[in-house]
Ligand binder design. Structure first.
Ligand code: ADP
Length: 254
């Protein structure tokens, strides 16, 4: 228990530090972006200058995407849970996912009919899906299959409104070595080269699921592939992490 508390205090401190740096850095990027606009106009069509400015623009965009991930990790971005139709949201990101995986990889969708709505932040939900699919893509060297599925799960013996929606991303990639399995959700843990991995993708997925009152499961076999499943409580039973904490802090009074 103490260890858990120390761990969460450490994460809080890390979040505060990261959030502060990311926030200030983002302001600097905005200044660079704004000035780029002026410069682009000023240099006219000198190809060398335009190329250099485009390179700066590309780097600025990557920087902005990184600070956005850092701010999400630090929970500086507000979340807005609402009733979300899972099938509709998966459909909405289809094109983005297609573009992310490229043509060598086959994307399969298997969304069951009548999947229950869930209470989540739409942007966080879509980011989590993209993060899982990008990881699946990175786990494959050439061709392969990424299967995205969603279905309802009702625990045995539970009647009425109980149950979860299971959203899975399964790949035919390299798999995850057992000795790193316990670390993959840690913020900043990555096995990817510098510039490619931030170690924040699965941390976002975990944070998103937890905030929505759900969990994340991993099943992986080396050389065969990985399946990561986000389990979200159906809307009727959703208790978010904030609600749960409020109950814990306030006590039941009995
Ligand atoms: P990043 O993708 O930036 O490395 P993540 O937090 O998303 O950060 O992932 C952490 C690590 O977990 C990855 O570097 C990789 O080693 C491992 N991982 C995540 N998803 C998969 C997957 N589908 N197959 C194999 N390894 C994975």
């Amino acid at each position: 228990m103490h260890q858990q508390l120390a761990e969460s205090q450490k994460l809080d401190a890390l979040g505060q530090l990261t959030g502060g740096v990311a926030h200030d850095f983002n302001n600097l990027l905005m200044i660079i972006s704004g000035s780029l606009h002026t410069l682009k106009k000023a240099v006219g069509d000198d190809p060398k200058c335009q190329r250099a400015l485009s390179a700066i623009e590309g780097a600025t965009k990557r920087g902005a995407s990184l600070t956005s991930q850092l701010l999400t990790f630090a929970r500086r971005q507000s979340v807005n849970p609402q009733a979300v139709d899972v099938a509709e949201r998966i459909d909405a990101v289809r094109e983005v996912l297609d573009a992310a995986v490229g043509s060598a990889v086959t994307l399969q969708f298997d969304v069951a009919k009548g999947v229950w709505p869930v209470m989540v932040d739409v942007a966080e939900f879509e980011t989590a899906l993209v993060n899982l699919v990008v990881n699946a893509r990175d786990a494959m060297t050439g061709a392969g299959v990424i299967a995205i599925s969603a279905r309802n799960e009702t625990p045995v013996g539970e009647a009425g409104a109980g149950g979860h929606v299971a959203i899975s991303v399964a790949d035919t990639g390299v798999g995850i070595a057992p000795d790193i399995l316990s670390k993959i959700f840690d913020p900043f843990f990555t096995t990817k080269p510098i510039g490619k991995g931030t170690g924040l993708g699965l941390s976002q997925v975990h944070g998103f699921a937890h905030q929505a009152g759900g969990t994340v499961k991993v099943a992986s076999e080396l050389g065969k592939g990985t399946r990561i499943t986000i389990l979200l409580p159906r809307k009727e039973t959703a208790v978010t992490a904030e609600d749960a904490n409020a109950v814990e802090i306030g006590g039941s009074g009995t």
